[in-house]
Write a protein that binds this ligand. Structure first.
Ligand code: 5GP
Length: 113
């Protein structure tokens, strides 16, 4: 069954898209946890970091560079930001399509909940 993120990739449901290229898509989280909260997802239907294949390293490497550039474009680079990947049940993953949370615009606390 298609995940909600696959539906966003396929334009079956709307999203506030801030970046798109051949490899990945970035859009604002519908339930933001910080003043800026963007999700960066691969277009390939990778379920999680746990299922990431060795030959998919270039995809996540590319996504890291997109996150770096988005942080600059969205005004987060100077003040700092947080990048989160929730993986599996204990990690708090709720959508079975790999996604990087880019959070910024406020100080972050540690440890996470
Ligand atoms: P997870 O908990 O799996 O790490 O993160 C899933 C994220 O997807 C959550 O922050 C949630 O708010 C976001 N989300 C879930 N459904 C939608 C949606 O339909 N549109 C957008 N833009 N974000 C969504």
């Amino acid at each position: 069954m298609s995940t909600i993120f696959q539906k966003i990739i396929d334009r079956e449901i709307p999203a506030d898209i801030v970046h798109e290229d051949d490899v990945c898509l970035a859009f604002r989280d519908v339930n933001p946890q910080a003043p800026t909260h963007v999700l960066v997802i691969p277009k390939r239907p990778i379920v999680s970091l746990e299922t990431l294949a060795d030959d998919e390293a270039a995809i996540v490497g590319h996504m890291a560079l997109v996150i770096r550039d988005l942080a600059r474009q969205l005004g987060l680079a100077e003040g700092g930001y947080r990048v989160v990947v929730n993986c599996g049940a204990d990690g708090g993953q709720t959508v079975d399509h790999l996604h990087y949370h880019l959070l910024g615009g406020r100080p972050m606390s540690w440890p996470p909940g």
